[in-house]
Design a protein around this ligand. Structure first.
Ligand SMILES: *[C@@H]1O[C@H](CO)[C@@H](O)[C@H](O)[C@H]1NC(C)=O
Ligand SMILES: *[C@@H]1O[C@H](CO)[C@@H](O)[C@H](O)[C@H]1NC(C)=O
Ligand SMILES: [Zn+2]
Length: 534
């Protein structure tokens, strides 16, 4: 054989062998770590039915200010039930429209178990004065102020929005985030519904056949339309972030800026020494999300303070090691995450009056309804005289007490001082108190405005261009191979076109290998094009 021909055959063959080895290696890297993938430890985490049973126990023990509704909806063969706990720490009244209203959603994605654990801990905490006192241990002024604020607040909590998806996770599908029939509940809302990014993965974020095709989202929308919340908080995991609208474009909505100022303060007071980021979903997370609940609450239902909070994420986890990626594994880790984010929620309650939409609210100057609401309703725990004797609801313990116990040292410095100042002001004059409070808060918020947007600027534009850069780079190279093929017109045509075909195959093989192995090597990148927190 002519040496040139020999080389022409051998070189492509070598390339092919090399790429085949590459594919084998890639397969090995996927299967290898499987043995070490983390499983939930159910002495640390609650099973679904345990968690929901504990919620019922807490509610039953506190009939004066807690109740639970279960809404269900059927679509074809698919049934969904959404449980909603209503808490009025100041006691049930018929003055809902005068109070400040918060709607908190936990467990929207099946695999994010830690989210519902925080929902349960929040309910336990709100069940008694001692519970709330324990959030900022030793800070009595602060606890006093929290009590006053909660006295004028109604809180609705969905401890586990997506029961169907959670069931699949506990049956072993630890990577499942969608609902019980494969639709992502956080892509099924109407704002920019169905828009797909280049790296769209139906396995992660199938948005359904139409907006509100799913019982869970239908029920939640209806609830929000009737309740008209001032605050919407959607609790997820996959990273540490506090996000405001928008999710579907890479910018902070103009009207969301005051709520981002609040996030900056929560960050400074509670999230130092964490990887938590503050910004808009679309700008900060590294991908755009279309049809999300938070964008709908903000844009359509005009909820002034609308957030998605991501409370935990392990970036180093292998991209199929989902329980590890989305949930802290051991008791210590769980306790740490829950305590920090419980403080963040209470910090949000403290800061609500600084928001323009709420600063003139009369909710907090209402006479405490604990003593004698005109309607003769039962009382909550916020009244001075301690109306309902505070049965501190530790629930039917189980593996529970471990998660509670506010023994962790307070991480708040500046925040504590600010709020204790404001609480003294409001105590001396209860009628003008709330105005004074909000003035103080707005001043501080204003001074922080500068570093807010700067922190997150440009984060997503760079990451989105880098990911699309990869594919535009690859396409022309394959196109060149195809057009070169047409040149062959002399007696060498057959040989050269055969040669080029083999070469082309080798190039395609190598490109495929490179793509695959890149995915295997870098979980963070793979997550960007697949696994999603929001
Ligand atoms: C599960 O958690 C409990 C409580 O922290 C611990 O004692 C136990 O060793 C853990 N089990 C596993 C398999 O890690
Ligand atoms: C945060 O980290 C710094 C430096 O590592 C440390 O000095 C400080 O005590 C930490 N603060 C908290 C609240 O853990
Ligand atoms: Zn999520």
């Amino acid at each position: 054989m002519h040496p040139l021909r020999q080389a022409a055959v051998i070189v492509p063959l070598l390339l092919l062998v090399q790429s085949a080895v590459g594919v084998r290696r890639r397969l090995a890297s996927v299967t290898e770590p499987r043995a070490t993938f983390a499983l939930p430890n159910f002495t640390v985490y609650h099973r679904q039915d345990e968690l929901l049973r504990e919620v019922v126990d807490i509610v039953n023990a506190n009939p004066g200010f807690m109740k639970m509704d279960a809404f269900s909806e059927r679509d074809g063969a698919y049934d969904a039930e959404v449980k909603v706990v209503t808490i009025e720490p100041g006691g049930f009244t018929n003055r809902h429209h005068e109070k400040v209203r918060m709607l908190l959603d936990f467990g929207e994605h099946g695999r994010e178990l830690i989210s519902s654990e925080l929902g349960l801990l929040l309910l336990k905490t709100l069940a008694s004065r001692e519970g709330v006192l324990g959030v900022f241990p030793g800070e009595l002024d602060r606890a006093q102020e929290l009590r006053r604020l909660l006295g004028g607040t109604i809180i609705k909590v969905l401890p586990m929005e997506n029961e169907g998806g959670r069931r699949l996770v506990e049956a072993g599908r630890l990577c499942e985030r969608k609902n019980g029939r494969g639709v992502d509940p956080n892509r099924n809302w109407e704002v920019d519904w169905g828009t797909k990014e280049p790296d769209y993965d139906p396995n992660e974020e199938y948005p359904g056949t139409a907006p509100f095709s799913e019982p869970e989202t239908k029920l939640l929308r209806q609830l929000a339309e009737e309740f008209k919340p001032h605050v919407w908080l959607n609790i997820h995991s996959g990273m540490e972030a506090m996000l405001a609208p928008w999710d579907h474009v890479a910018e902070i909505a103009l009207e969301a800026r005051p709520s981002v100022d609040i996030l900056q303060r929560i960050f400074q007071d509670v999230m130092t020494n964490t990887t938590c980021v503050v910004g808009s979903g679309g700008k900060t997370v590294g991908y755009l999300a279309h049809g999300t609940a938070t964008d709908y609450m903000f844009k359509i239902l005009k909820v002034p303070i609308a957030y998605t909070w991501e409370i935990y994420g392990d970036f180093k986890a292998h991209f199929d090691d989902c329980f590890r990626m989305f949930n802290p594994l051991d008791e210590e880790g769980v306790k740490d995450v829950l305590q920090r984010w419980l403080r963040a929620i209470m910090r949000l309650v403290e800061l609500m009056p600084s928001h323009p939409a709420l600063k003139d609210s009369k909710a907090w100057t209402l006479p405490s309804s604990g003593g004698g609401g005109g309607d003769g309703s039962a009382s909550g725990w916020t009244a001075e005289a301690g109306g309902a004797e505070l049965t501190h609801q530790h629930g039917s313990d189980g593996g529970q007490g471990n998660v509670q116990g506010g023994g962790t040292a307070p991480t708040t410095g500046a925040g504590a001082t600010t709020s204790s100042t404001t609480s003294t002001t409001s105590k001396t004059s209860s009628t003008t108190g709330s105005t004074t409070t909000s003035t103080t808060s707005t001043t501080t918020a204003g001074s922080q405005q500068e570093d807010g947007p700067a922190t997150t600027a440009g984060a997503s534009s760079s990451s989105s261009s880098s990911s699309s850069g990869g594919s535009t780079d690859d396409q022309p190279r394959i196109a060149v191979v195809a057009s070169v093929k047409d040149w062959g017109s002399n007696w060498n045509a057959q040989l050269s076109s055969g040669l080029l075909a083999v070469l082309g195959l080798a190039v395609v093989g190598m490109l495929a290998y490179r793509c695959l192995s890149r995915q295997g090597e870098d979980p963070r990148r793979a997550r960007g094009s697949g696994y999603q927190p929001v």
